[in-house]
Design a protein around this ligand. Structure first.
Ligand code: GUN
Ligand code: ZN
Length: 437
């Protein structure tokens, strides 16, 4: 057993719908954890009084203690693709991504990158992610083995590709199904690991393979589905040529039974109204990837329109099309993308997205995303005065630490913060990262 004492913040609802009352802020609070689970949360005086004498307390007097951050779309094999110059989606895949992904046939390489990747997530306060591996089962094995060893809750899967990619990165519909099946049996529900069926996107799968992906989902309830959708105009035109019978890009996935409450579609920038309606009807999620959408020039995601239609929207880094592992940095770019469309993203709504909102998008609410007793003790400790510029900016907010509305401070955190503002990260109650040691 241990306790973490600081300024607690989590959400009971979406501030975009319920207003500021959705945020639960405790200026001097504590979270008690045991066996990887949150036992109690509340005012420090109350929580600490209920603990056995001598229970260790980690103290963060000025920092915010929040649920661990969640990333709903990221590629672990692309950690060395970040910052690849000058290409838009299809060229970017051919020039940079497919060559790098070929290296993951080597289990030692996959293990090394998986270790780096999870370190980097934890340094950024991200404790759960929905992760693409490569087509090689070895890449999935390496990733889950690393995540299991660290006890992080990760959702990941083997990429399915059986056409329009280099030979070395292609499986077949049958092999992709069999390899996914074996990985599901081995890893889905092993410790904290969960499996996502992962057809890369419609361009790189035959109809037989998309059909096999649908079969996998039907065979095992509780699996996730992740893919890319409507990111780039040339991509959409190619999908139209490859699937001439389909009403739309979304319709391709719909025909094979891939839409649903545990399905997460990356990007969704150029959707028509019928596509948005189908995504809403099926309870599907679109992952908003602002740094990637800007960096590879894909377009401005109209979050207001998609959300008004009732589609769940997750926030995601999409490393390595995306340029940062940091969810606060990603939220800052989301804010700018929405500003360009005269929409807003208040800081409370942004931090809700990074925590409870993304947990809900993944159907994992109740387990992660809040500090509610009974949920997993994954937490991030954020310091709004981590850099000289942040301290300087915070000086203009006297008395903020006592304020019952942390929104202004959170906006500084998301606009200026990054891994330097992550004072500590906890996974299942254990401190796995501490800034400066
Ligand atoms: N579409 C298909 N594959 C990818 C990928 O790896 N990254 C992005 N951003 N889009 C994709
Ligand atoms: Zn992606």
């Amino acid at each position: 057993m241990r306790a973490i004492r600081g300024r607690l913040l989590d959400f009971t609802a979406d501030p975009a719908e319920a207003g500021a009352a959705a945020a639960r802020y405790v200026a001097d609070g504590a979270v008690a954890v045991e066996g990887g689970t949150i036992l109690a949360r509340g005012p420090a005086a109350e929580v600490l009084a209920g603990l056995p004498p001598g229970t260790p307390v980690d103290r963060y007097p000025d920092a915010l203690v929040m649920p661990g951050l969640i990333d709903t779309h990221i590629h672990y094999p692309q950690t060395r693709v970040i910052a690849s110059y000058g290409a838009q989606l299809l060229d970017w895949l051919d020039t940079y991504t497919f060559p790098e992904e070929q290296r993951f046939a080597d289990p030692a390489h996959a293990a090394r990158i998986a270790g780096f990747f999870i370190d980097e997530l934890l340094r950024n306060g991200t404790t759960t992610a929905l992760v693409y591996c490569t087509v090689h089962p070895e890449s999935v094995e390496a990733f889950f083995a690393e995540s299991h060893r660290r006890n992080t809750l990760m959702v990941a899967g083997k990429v399915l590709m059986d056409r329009n990619a280099p030979e070395a990165l292609c499986d077949t519909a049958e092999r992709g199904h069999a390899e996914s099946r074996a990985l599901i049996d081995r890893w889905h529900g092993t410790g904290r690991q969960l499996y996502a069926v992962t057809p890369r996107f419609a361009i790189t799968s035959t109809e037989a393979q998309l059909d096999a992906a649908g079969s996998l989902l039907r065979e095992t309830p509780g699996l996730f589905l992740q893919t890319h959708l409507s990111e780039n105009r040339d991509e959409i035109a190619a999908v139209r040529r490859l699937f001439p019978w389909a009403k739309s890009y979304t319709d391709v996935y719909d025909r094979f039974g891939l839409l649903g409450a545990r399905s997460v579609f990356g990007h969704g920038i150029h959707l028509d109204d019928d596509e948005v309606s189908r995504l809403a009807e099926t309870g599907s999620t679109v992952a908003f990837c602002p740094t990637s959408n800007l960096f590879i020039g894909s377009g401005l995601f109209d979050m207001g329109r998609v959300r008004r239609a009732g589609v769940k929207v997750g926030l995601a880094t999409d490393v390595g099309g995306g340029t940062s592992f940091s969810m606060p940095r990603t939220a800052a770019e989301a804010y700018k993308v929405l500003q360009l469309q005269h929409q807003n993203l208040p800081a409370l709504a942004a931090f809700h997205m990074m925590t409870r909102g993304n947990a809900t998008a993944l159907g994992l609410e109740g387990r992660i995303g809040t500090l509610e007793p009974g949920s997993d003790a994954d937490m991030v400790v954020l310091d709004s005065r981590a850099t000289p510029a942040m301290r300087h900016r915070m000086e203009a907010m006297p008395g903020d630490a006592d304020s019952s509305d942390p929104g202004a401070e959170l906006f500084v955190l998301m606009t200026l913060g990054d891994d330097r503002a992550v004072a500590a990260t906890y996974v299942a109650g254990e401190r796995v990262h501490r800034n400066g040691g």
